[in-house]
Write a protein that binds this ligand. Structure first.
Ligand code: NCD
Length: 356
């Protein structure tokens, strides 16, 4: 079963397929109106969210499916001390697919291990946020037309910014991309990311100002300093507005560059920038819904293809077989499930327990 915990869980070809399908959804909305009819998405949000949860909900509704879940862990059994492993086992009985956000890094991996349905990571602590990355990529695709040979500036909280980590992981797989990192010293990329970039030979430079980076950039990805991940509130206050993008700085940018932001913004982009045609962050929000529609539909489709393959294999294995117990149902009805069960070396009919 396929899950999406980080962007590299999908191959480049699969990402292309999801992008193409998202574009098709945009062009032919009506075609997908019943694509997930009868299916249920569970949204398990252990951490606050507006955009992501609503975007998942709207996406499933536009596919004709239903949504259940919680947006506040305190209103679920989590507040009684239930583990993720148990919650996901229970949710697997009620839903067909789950989108989960959790403040702890790696939480979706636990969920995946115990889940009977596909798990989508909707953000785990300061670690990953792959559906935001798909959103960012669909925006790049629609605005710039390609994923290669781009200079991508990432500005703000590169340490705790999960959207930044996932975007670098995804975009560094394409040829000719180069990254410009702009952050306070205290909020640089985590060392595991830097090490990975160094060993894989991914080109990057670090700049100490937006103005300096601006003329080189095709994409400027602004981020909020992640207040909720700071243990020292005074440090947050000191760093929160270290880098601000305003109209003046936009003057240094190329004519066809774009500004992205996963939102919410809390002062790092001034409102004056919103009217600049290169400000793509509100268009980006809408792309989030379309790409999540494409993702949910694809994961559910893969799941049912997998079930069909299993079912066909089972049919093949049991073809023409019947139990020699004349009272067994298999002498009358075709087999739909495994014929034998093997208990301590003794083969028995799965239907009547008769020894074969
Ligand atoms: C981002 C997140 O939750 O990581 N927001 C989002 O998903 N739209 C970025 C942020 O909260 O700063």
């Amino acid at each position: 079963m396929r899950h999406l915990l980080e962007p590299t869980n999908l191959t480049i070809e699969e990402i292309d397929q999801i992008m193409e399908q998202a574009l098709d959804i945009i062009a032919h909305r009506e075609k997908y109106a019943d694509a997930c009819k009868g299916k249920k998405l569970a949204t398990l949000f252990y951490e606050p969210s507006t955009r992501t949860r609503l975007s998942f909900t709207a996406a499933m509704m536009e596919l004709g499916g239903n949504v259940l879940g919680f947006s506040d862990a305190n209103s679920s059994s989590v507040s009684k001390g239930e583990t993720i492993a148990d919650t996901i086992r229970v949710v697997s009985c009620f839903a067909d697919i789950v989108a989960m956000r959790h403040p702890k890094e790696g939480a979706p991996l636990i969920a995946k291990r115990f889940s009977g349905i596909p798990v989508i990571n909707a953000g785990d602590g300061g670690h990953n946020h792959p559906t935001q990355t798909l959103t960012d990529m669909l925006t790049i695709r629609r605005e710039l037309g390609h994923f290669d040979h781009l200079t991508i500036g990432l500005c703000g909280d590169l340490k705790y910014g999960r959207t930044v980590h996932s975007l670098i992981k995804a975009m560094s797989r394409y040829e000719g991309n180069r990254f410009v990192l702009i952050s306070p010293r205290e909020l640089k990329l985590p060392s595991y990311m830097i090490d990975e970039m160094k060993t894989s030979g991914i080109p990057y430079v670090e700049y100490d100002s937006i103005e300096k980076a601006m003329p080189e950039l095709d994409v400027l990805y602004m981020t909020r300093v992640q207040q909720e991940r700071f243990s020292d509130k005074a440090e947050y206050e000191r760093l929160k507005l270290a880098f601000i993008l305003d109209e003046e700085k936009m003057k240094y940018g190329k004519e066809n560059m774009i500004v992205l932001h996963p939102l919410p913004r809390v002062g790092e982009i001034t409102e004056g920038v919103d009217n600049d045609p290169r400000a793509a962050y509100f268009r980006q929000v809408e792309n989030g819904k379309f790409v999540r529609m494409s993702l949910i539909y694809t994961l559910l489709k893969w799941r049912s293809e997998e079930d069909n393959i299993k079912e066909r294999q089972l049919m093949k294995d049991t073809e023409g077989k019947k139990c020699d117990n004349p009272h067994c149902i298999t002498t009358k009805e075709p087999l739909a499930q495994e014929f034998y069960i093997d208990t301590k070396g003794i083969k028995r009919c799965n239907y009547c327990d008769h020894e074969i």
